[in-house]
Design a protein around this ligand. Structure first.
Ligand code: S3P
Length: 172
């Protein structure tokens, strides 16, 4: 298999960005980067702690800084799992696009929430009204930003990864 271009996974919490991304990177023998993990490592704080101590706006700034730094680091090849809220900042769209092929892992809200029940690492999950509002806000943004939409309903991460591999192979 030839070297794939970078692959960026976007989608709501519970879409499977990290589990699919790990499988893709393993398959291609390239670097996997999880944006949330990198931000936590850099700050020395968990995401819930960042939200609690500094607020969501601060976390969103960290996400934008992360995207800029990743571009400057100039990795050879990578698969990136973005945080579900990165699309909320318009300036992030260009930063995401220029990194590589963007795949939206799509599912409906019920399916997404069934995959992440009461996860303490996701501060926004505490409020069902916020979740619904954010989902409605972001869904069109994910669709617009994506080069390709992958429907994940009823598929396990392995199957979703295979769909992406097929797509990348056919479009090379
Ligand atoms: C968030 C999603 C989380 C994490 C943070 C905020 C969001 O990432 O960045 O809790 O706003 O949807 P995942 O999409 O990986 O869960």
């Amino acid at each position: 298999m030839k070297t794939p271009p970078h692959v960026v996974l976007i989608g709501f919490m519970g879409a499977g960005k990290s589990s699919v991304g790990k499988r893709l990177a393993q398959q291609w023998g390239c670097v996997f980067i999880d944006a949330d993990e990198r931000i936590e490592e850099r700050e020395g704080l968990s995401i819930p702690d960042i939200f609690r101590e500094f607020g969501e706006g601060y976390f969103r700034n960290l996400e934008t800084e992360f995207l800029k730094a990743l571009w400057q680091a100039g990795h050879m090849r990578l698969v990136l799992a973005t945080g579900g809220g990165m699309v909320e900042r318009p300036e992030n769209h260009e930063l995401i696009k220029r990194l590589g092929k963007v795949f939206y892992l799509r599912a409906d809200l019920d399916a997404l929430m069934a995959r992440v029940p009461l996860d303490p690492h996701r501060p926004l999950l505490k409020n069902p009204d916020i979740i619904k509002q954010r989902f409605a806000l972001r869904q069109p943004l994910y669709e617009r930003l994506a080069d390709h939409v992958v429907d994940t309903l009823g598929k396990d991460p392995e199957r979703v990864a295979q769909d992406i591999i097929k797509f990348m192979t056919n479009t090379r």
